[in-house]
Design a protein around this ligand. Structure first.
Ligand code: C5P
Length: 218
């Protein structure tokens, strides 16, 4: 029997993480935050001062990094035994992740690490290419998006709540640059899978998005 998978793809800041985590909890399924795998590699590269133009070293670091995801009340990610959870959410980590994510060899190395999350009773997988490349046979696929302005506003609010100073115009620029890198890259670009349910969450509450996603599964 194959393990059922629900894929939730979309651009940065569309709310995929929040929605995926809550849907996984409601279903009692496992959860893959594939962005955190790219982000972990970005942290490993920054720690080792690897030149982001040095593709062969980047691939070697991707092949040898030891990643552990510990799912308690909150997710804890360990890179080579050290807790990197606090650094995962930084803007600089996300930006570096999106730069190295364009490399086809990096994507090939990280593919199996992502597919290993497919365990019973099921998996909710969030990312950019979950429905198109990593789990193309998934029965249920969602493409979750929102306008760049709305995504930047949500990010601004999150940062302010954490006491981090932010500038809305800069956040919009960052989000648009990340969107361009993610959609224009040659390998596994951000794209809606053919049979995915399209949800624009710009004017929706979290509860109504969850309802739409659960209706798809039902
Ligand atoms: O989703 P998140 O913002 O954590 O992802 C960080 C970056 O990692 C994205 O901007 C994207 O470039 C890359 N990524 C990817 N494929 C995925 C998940 C993330 O290319 N499945």
């Amino acid at each position: 029997m194959t393990v059922p998978v629900l894929t939730i793809d979309g651009p940065s800041g569309a709310g995929k993480g929040t929605i995926s985590r809550l849907v996984a909890k409601k279903l009692g399924w496992n959860y893959l935050d594939s962005g955190s795998i790219y982000r972990s590699l970005a942290i490993a590269l920054l720690q080792q001062c690897v030149d982001l133009a040095d593709e062969s070293t980047i691939v070697r670091v991707a092949e040898t990094m030891d990643l552990a995801f510990e799912c308690g009340d909150a997710l804890v990610v360990k890179l080579n035994g050290i807790d990197i959870t606090a650094q995962l959410g930084l803007e600089s980590t996300g930006n570096t992740a999106s730069i190295i994510a364009v490399l086809p060899e990096v994507r090939r190395v990280l593919l199996q690490k992502q597919q290993d999350f497919r365990q019973f009773p099921g998996l909710v997988a969030d990312g950019r290419d979950m429905g198109t490349v990593v789990f193309p046979d998934a029965k249920n696929k969602v493409f979750l998006t929102a306008t760049a302005e709305e995504r930047a506003r949500r990010r601004y609010k999150q940062l302010k709540e954490k006491g981090i100073d932010a500038n809305l115009a800069c956040l919009i620029d960052d989000i648009e640059a990340r969107d361009r890198r993610d959609t224009e890259r040659a390998t596994a670009p951000l794209a809606m899978a053919e049979n995915a349910l399209y949800i624009d969450s710009s004017n929706m509450t979290i509860d109504s998005v969850i309802e739409d996603v659960l209706n798809l599964i039902r």
